[in-house]
Design a protein around this ligand. Sequence first.
Ligand code: ATP
Ligand code: MG
Length: 294
Amino acid sequence: MRILNLAQRQHRCSLLTRNRPPNGDINFFESTDGSGCISFQKRTTQQMTTTSLISNQPTQTPARNGSTPLIRLTDVRKIFFTDEVETHAVSGVHLDIRDGEYVSIAGPSGCGKTTLLSILGLLDTPSAGSYALKGTEVATLSFADRARIRNRQIGFIFQSFNLIGDLTVYENVELPLTYCGLSASERKTAVVGALERVGMAHRAKHLPSQLSGGQQQRVAVARALAGKPAILLADEPTGNLDSRNGEAVMDLLKELHADGATICMVTHDERFAGHAERAVHLLDGRVVEDRLAA
Ligand SMILES: Nc1ncnc2c1ncn2[C@@H]1O[C@H](COP(=O)(O)OP(=O)(O)OP(=O)(O)O)[C@@H](O)[C@H]1O
Ligand SMILES: [Mg+2]
């Protein structure tokens, strides 16, 4: 019988979800989760209107005007230094995202999508520029402060699910909640609610290896939403799924968005990008296109 205390679980979580260490800084996520309800419509045609075409300069993104955005990136840059090689992964991104928006991020491999998402999720810090979250500058916060905000406000969904193999479905969803200071009964309510939301409550005692890929990703979605984060960040969440399971996860994200979640999703797949209401295109670390749905 496996018995893991909280410290062991947190350690496991940090190992399994560790992000690429930038400049020796070790990042790991302790996401949150919880929320939800359901309703969805399928968009059969993608009617997009170009609202701005951006190259290399400060821009007015669709959300740039008006009230304080949930997220405001101003001239954000990220440079990685390795073996005398300088990689400019993000090169001056200006981006506003309003509360409740559903944004897709696309672009060729290596253009900086994951790096940008890591910055948005406070897994990584920009080398330069400003990141205001709900009007508060967060780019320069300490590691601990970033972790605290991340834990309460941001949920992550990864292409490779990142479930912990020897924890049950229930334990996987519960794990990030242990960082939030919830009581056992509050955690139980949140976990059961999240699993019901993704239709996986009946598999609560299964291990990830006993689930299909689509089911594992639904559990990962439950883990991301159980703590009711303000922002859901998804990095190619359908990348390891067949099209049917991919659609199911997309429908789930759509439902979460309909319930008010702010979603940023990296995807290579045009069909899935069409589920978002706004499409941002990156090239060489820059936003080159930013379009709103009609
Ligand atoms: N920790 C790191 N150290 C050094 N270089 C890095 C690091 N992380 C990313 N890079 C580099 O930054 C650039 C952007 O990487 P990133 O992972 O953001 O691309 P991406 O758009 O997500 O690509 P993909 O579609 O293949 O996932 C790449 O050239 C990559 O090699
Ligand atoms: Mg990537």
